[in-house]
Design a protein. Structure first.
Lengths: 244, 167
């Protein structure tokens, strides 16, 4: 039972659990603990600490705790910053693919040709089944990239443009070139640094009659071929083993 | 914070826990360079697995220490297969992780408690000096030394609980 006298006993509990109490005092304290659940509980709770104490290396206790060098934080931030940028770029690409609705499909398992010409079909949402054309602009100035995806619609062609590496604010004018050799304006947009979205434009020219897509930007013109048949920019050739 | 996915999360976690993680890594690996490597790897792994962090399961500190545990084991494994180690017939002794963690926790807790409490516990327990001798040196009654040992142990218990130690 806890009494006013417990305070006296309590202050001996540290020495008791550390095995430092002289024999006489220890016996007297143990007699008290027999009848005092509170002091017994307190002794038990200190015993957990006492069990850990032999593990310590006394020399380490008196040493100051080691501190990580300042460069460690900078290194970690650099690694994570780089991975974060890569991750964000991956998410951008993923969003674009989803938006463009691109998916490799339409390849029959029973394909017999060793070399397949694969047309990329839209199918991301499962609602539209428009064959799309993804266009690669080649031989661009270093640091610059232009991606385009063309979707056929009843009204003509929907164009998704993604430009990087030009000065922020640059006006980009887009056109399509038809099979008849004429140029069809397809609208314009301004590239803004930090803007992660693609520009969505449209032209009345039917995709099946489109032979090239071009961009005027920063006083230069960049053109990539578009075709339903022979242009390498829009057709992927894959070597595929005959599964049979 | 429900996950650990923002770069800001890493910065905050580093500010709060890098000292402990590093202190333990040094204690466990016995090498400052390896300890830096271990702490860096811990934060990078945590960042990569950030979506799996669930504060309802355990604290961020506990999670980081669990990752550090794996990192230390991996580093210890890599070190043990490095050429040269063990040459001369002496294998380095590797303290089991849990024991190393407990040892570091009590050492760290001893460093954190008040100097009066630390002093009496250090002198009487770790140096094995009689209470009377320590009392005389400090110029206090023997009963004061005894009660400081008691309150010192209580303080250690509180610090250990803050550090996530459970009996």
């Amino acid at each position: 039972m806890k009494t006013d006298g417990c305070r006296e006993w309590r202050t001996s509990l540290g020495a008791y659990v550390l095995g430092q109490l002289p024999e006489g005092e220890r016996a007297a304290l143990e007699a008290h603990l027999q009848g005092c659940p509170e002091c017994r509980a307190e002794a038990e709770s200190l015993r957990g600490v006492a069990h850990l104490m032999p593990l310590a290396d006394p020399a380490r206790i008196v040493e100051p705790a080691p501190r990580p060098p300042a460069e460690l934080r900078e290194r970690i931030e650099a690694v994570i910053g780089a991975e974060g940028a890569e991750r964000a770029a991956g998410e951008r690409r993923h969003r674009r693919r989803r938006r463009f609705g691109f998916a490799f499909g339409g390849i029959a398992a029973a394909a017999v040709a060793a070399v397949l010409v694969i047309v990329v079909f839209a199918g991301g949402s499962g609602e539209e089944r428009w064959p799309e054309q993804q266009v690669a602009f080649k031989d661009l100035p270093q640091g610059m990239s232009i991606d385009a995806a063309l979707e056929p619609h009843a009204f003509g062609t929907e164009i998704h443009m993604y430009v990087r590496g030009v000065r922020s604010g640059t006006l980009c004018r887009v056109f399509l070139r038809g099979a008849d050799g004429r140029t069809y304006p397809a609208g314009s947009f301004r590239y803004r640094w930090g803007d992660d979205s693609d520009a969505v434009l449209s032209s009345a020219l039917d995709l099946s009659r489109t032979r090239a897509i071009g961009v005027h930007a920063g006083g230069r013109t960049f053109v990539a071929p578009v075709s339903g048949g022979d242009a390498t920019a829009t057709v992927l050739q894959l070597n595929e083993e005959d599964p049979t | 914070m429900t996950t650990f996915t923002r770069e800001q999360d890493v910065r905050e976690a580093y500010a709060a826990h890098s000292g402990e993680l590093y202190g333990f890594a040094v204690r466990s690996l016995g090498d400052a360079g390896l300890a830096e490597e271990a702490v860096q790897e811990t934060f990078v792994r945590a960042w990569r697995a950030g979506e799996r962090f669930d504060p309802e399961i355990g604290s961020l500190r506990t999670w980081l220490f669990a990752i550090l545990r794996n990192v230390v084991i991996d580093l210890g494994r890599a070190r043990s297969v490095r050429p040269g180690v063990g040459e001369g017939g002496i294998e380095p002794t590797v303290e089991p992780f849990e024991q190393a963690l407990s040892a570091w926790q009590i050492e760290e807790a001893m460093r954190r408690i008040g100097s009066e409490h630390r002093r009496v516990i250090f002198e009487t327990y770790y140096r094995g000096r009689p209470y009377a001798e320590v009392a005389k040196e400090l110029g206090v009654p023997e009963g004061t030394v005894k009660s400081r040992v008691y309150y010192g142990l209580r303080a250690l218990r509180v610090v250990l609980e803050e550090m996530g130690y459970e009996d």
